[in-house]
Design a protein around this ligand. Structure first.
Ligand code: 13P
Length: 342
C-alpha cells in the first residue's frame, strides 16, 4: 500500500467544491426504482441508464468520483468502450460499492448488520486492477422503540473498520458510511444523539484497526428529524445540529465529509448542505461535500424513463443537480441556482 496515494485520492475526491455521485444501486434496488416508473428491469436497461449518466457532457466539472456496482463496473458503452475507461477519460475517479448488503442482525429484531467481509481482500484486488480507486460500504442504523442497540452500533462499526483497513491495504480509499435512517417519528435531538454515538464508535473501531484517517472519506447522514416526526426543524437549525454533532465526533484528520441524501428531496438536500457551508465553512477542519444518489439522480431517472430519445433531457437534469450541489458546497445555492438551466 502506498499511503501517500490513498491520501491524495481522498483529497481529490472532495477537491474543487466537487462531490461524489452514487450510482451503485444493487440490482434489486435499481430494479425497484425502475419498476416504480414502469422501466423494464433488465440488465440492458440498467446498462443503458448508467451509460446515460456517465456520458453526461461536462459532469466532471462538478463530480469528482462515481460509485459503481459490481455489474456496472464490468459493463461497456454501446460502442464497446468500457465504462471505467469512459469515466476515467472524463476526469472522474471510479469507485465501487463492496458491501453485499444489510441482513437481519441475529437476536436483534428490527436491526441490520452489513455483510461482505468474506473474500473481500480478493475482490478489492480485482477492483483495483480494473481501475477503481475508492470503495464504499454502507451500514444502516434504525431509530425505533429501544433501538439501536449497542450490539448493532458496535457490530456495524467493527465491520466498517475491517472493511476500511482492507481497502487501504489494497490501495483503495474507503468511504465509511454509517447511515442513521430517516424513517420513523424520532426527533432531531434523538437523531443527533444516535448519530454522535455511532460516529464515536466508528472512529474508535477505525483507530483500533489502524486505519489511516487521512486516507478515508466519511459518508454520514445529516442530522434530521424522522420523516414522520411532527416537528420538522428549519434548514438552518438542521445545519447547526448536523455540524455541531460532527464537530464533537469526527477527528480533524479526516479529509472530507460527503453526505448521503437518504431520501430527502433534491432541493432540501442542496439547501441543507448549502446552509452548513454558509454558517460554518470557514471554521471547519474538513470540507462538507456530497455523495448523493437519489438527490442527484431521481429527476433524471424519471425523465429518462428507459427511452433513448429522453437521454439528452435526462442528462441536462443530472448536470443541473450536480451544479446545484457544487454551488451548495460554496454556500452559493439559492432559488436562482435552481432556475438556472443546464
Ligand atoms: P442516497 O443519497 O440516495 O441516500 O444514496 C447514497 C448512497 O450511496 C446510499 O448508500
Amino acid at each position: 500500500m502506498n499511503k501517500q496515494d490513498i491520501k491524495d485520492t481522498a483529497r481529490a475526491m472532495v477537491a474543487d467544491d466537487k462531490g461524489l455521485l452514487a450510482m451503485d444501486e444493487s440490482n434489486p434496488t435499481c430494479n425497484k426504482r425502475f419498476a416504480a416508473l414502469g422501466i423494464p428491469q433488465t440488465i440492458e436497461a440498467r446498462r443503458a441508464y448508467r451509460e446515460m449518466i456517465i456520458t453526461t457532457p461536462g459532469l466532471g466539472r462538478f463530480i469528482s468520483g462515481v460509485i459503481l456496482y459490481d455489474e456496472t463496473i464490468r459493463q461497456s458503452m454501446k460502442d464497446g468502450t468500457p465504462f471505467i475507461k469512459a469515466i476515467t477519460d472524463a476526469g472522474i475517479i471510479p469507485g465501487i460499492k463492496v458491501d453485499t448488503g444489510a441482513r437481519d442482525l441475529a437476536g436483534h429484531p428490527g436491526e441490520k448488520i452489513t455483510e461482505g467481509l468474506d473474500g473481500l481482500r480478493g475482490r478489492l484486488r480485482e477492483y483495483f486492477q480494473m481501475g477503481a480507486r475508492f470503495a464504499k460500504w454502507r451500514a444502516v442504523i434504525t431509530i425505533g422503540d429501544g433501538i439501536p442497540s449497542q450490539a448493532c452500533i458496535e457490530a456495524n462499526a467493527h465491520a466498517l473498520s475491517r472493511y476500511a483497513a482492507l481497502c487501504q491495504e489494497a490501495g483503495l480509499v474507503p468511504i465509511v458510511e454509517p447511515e442513521v435512517l430517516m424513517e420513523g417519528d424520532h426527533t432531531l435531538e434523538q437523531c443527533c444523539k444516535i448519530t454522535e454515538e455511532a460516529l464515536r464508535m466508528v472512529f474508535n473501531q477505525l483507530y483500533i484497526q489502524d486505519v489511516t484517517l487521512e486516507g478515508m472519506i466519511l459518508k454520514p447522514n445529516m442530522v434530521l428529524p424522522g420523516l414522520v416526526c411532527l416537528k420538522q426543524e428549519s434548514v438552518d437549525d438542521i445545519a447547526d445540529a448536523t455540524v455541531n454533532c460532527f464537530l464533537r465526533a469526527v477527528p480533524a484528520a479526516v479529509p472530507g465529509i460527503a453526505f448521503l441524501s437518504g431520501g430527502q428531496s433534491c432541493e432540501l438536500a442542496s439547501a441543507r448542505l448549502n446552509a452548513m457551508n454558509i454558517r460554518f465553512k470557514s471554521r471547519l477542519p474538513w470540507p462538507l461535500a456530497f455523495s448523493f444518489s437519489r438527490a442527484i439522480q431521481q429527476p433524471a431517472m424519471e425523465i429518462w424513463h428507459g427511452e433513448e430519445p429522453h437521454v439528452k433531457a435526462a442528462q441536462q437534469s443530472l448536470y443541473h443537480r450536480a451544479m446545484c450541489n457544487n454551488a451548495a458546497r460554496r454556500g452559493e445555492y439559492n432559488s436562482e441556482t435552481e432556475r438556472t438551466s443546464a
